[in-house]
Each structure stands twice: as structure tokens, then as C-alpha cells.
Design a protein around this ligand. Structure first.
Ligand SMILES: [Zn+2]
Length: 149
């Protein structure tokens, strides 16, 4: 019984502190959905489009995080949202490929419910070099979507 009360509390609290979607990220979501559907043959679920992504000035307690997926156990996936550190966006990852790695990584958490792995994966804790990603993109996407043999 205690668990359910806590869960409801968390749900209400986070739904209030959720964020608006910044259109800046829409092209990354479009690309993610397109690749997901092409590689898996499955249609992306409607709630994917409702995952808001926006900038924050800092991630309190996680100052090193480029991005954070604020996730909720299913069936509360509709409350998931992503925040990206604005300064890093314009410095550390100020190129389209690195930005894609970071957004796809967070969508890996927030949509696919993937956790971190040590494998050669977008779900590694640290962002890989953008040319490593570029030359292995298809393989990495298959791994992300778990479509590897
Ligand atoms: Zn992560």
C-alpha cells in the first residue's frame, strides 16, 4: 500500500514539474522515428511524439550530464521528459552528429527503456567521438533498437 501512495505522489509531483517541448529537437525525433521504423519494421507509438525535450541551464546534482531522461515506470511513460544542458549544446556537442548521439541516447532511456551498457552502443555512459558514430551509425542504430543478430 505504501508503494502505491509514493508512486502517485511522484507522478503528481513530476507531472507538475514537466517541461515544454522545444521545437529545436523535433528534427532529431523525426530522424529517430524514421530510423526506428525503417530498421525494426514497427510503427513508433503515439506517446513517443509527446515526450517533451527542452534545455536547462544545469542539472542539479548531475552537473556533468549533457542530457537527462526523467522517466517513469510503465504504464506512466506519458510523463517521461528529457532535459539537455544548454551550455554543453553550444560547446561540447556543438555539431549535428554529437547532438544526435545525445538526443538518441536520452530517447533510448525515455522511449526504449534502455539502460547504460559497456558494449559498443549509443547507450554507453560517455558520448563517443562523432566520427566513430558517423562511420558506424547503422550498426549502432540496430544495436540501439535491439535488432542485432
Ligand atoms: Zn544515459
Amino acid at each position: 500500500m505504501k508503494k502505491i501512495v509514493l508512486l502517485l505522489f511522484v507522478l503528481v509531483a513530476t507531472s507538475c514539474s514537466s517541461i515544454a517541448n522545444n521545437k529545436m529537437f523535433d528534427r532529431f525525433k523525426d530522424r529517430f522515428a524514421e530510423d526506428y521504423e525503417r530498421i525494426t519494421g514497427k510503427v513508433i507509438e503515439d506517446w513517443f511524439w509527446d515526450i517533451p525535450i527542452n534545455f536547462v541551464k544545469e542539472h542539479k546534482g548531475n552537473e556533468d550530464a549533457l542530457g537527462v531522461c526523467h522517466w517513469h515506470k510503465k504504464p506512466f511513460e506519458n510523463f517521461n521528459y528529457i532535459t539537455i544542458n544548454l551550455r554543453d549544446w553550444n560547446t561540447t556537442i556543438a555539431n549535428e552528429i554529437s547532438r544526435e548521439i545525445v538526443v538518441f541516447h536520452e530517447l533510448g532511456h525515455c522511449y526504449l527503456y534502455r539502460e547504460h551498457t559497456e558494449d559498443f552502443s549509443i547507450m554507453r555512459k560517455y558520448v563517443m567521438r562523432h566520427n566513430t558514430y558517423f562511420w558506424n551509425r547503422e550498426r549502432l542504430l540496430k544495436e540501439l533498437f535491439k535488432e542485432v543478430e
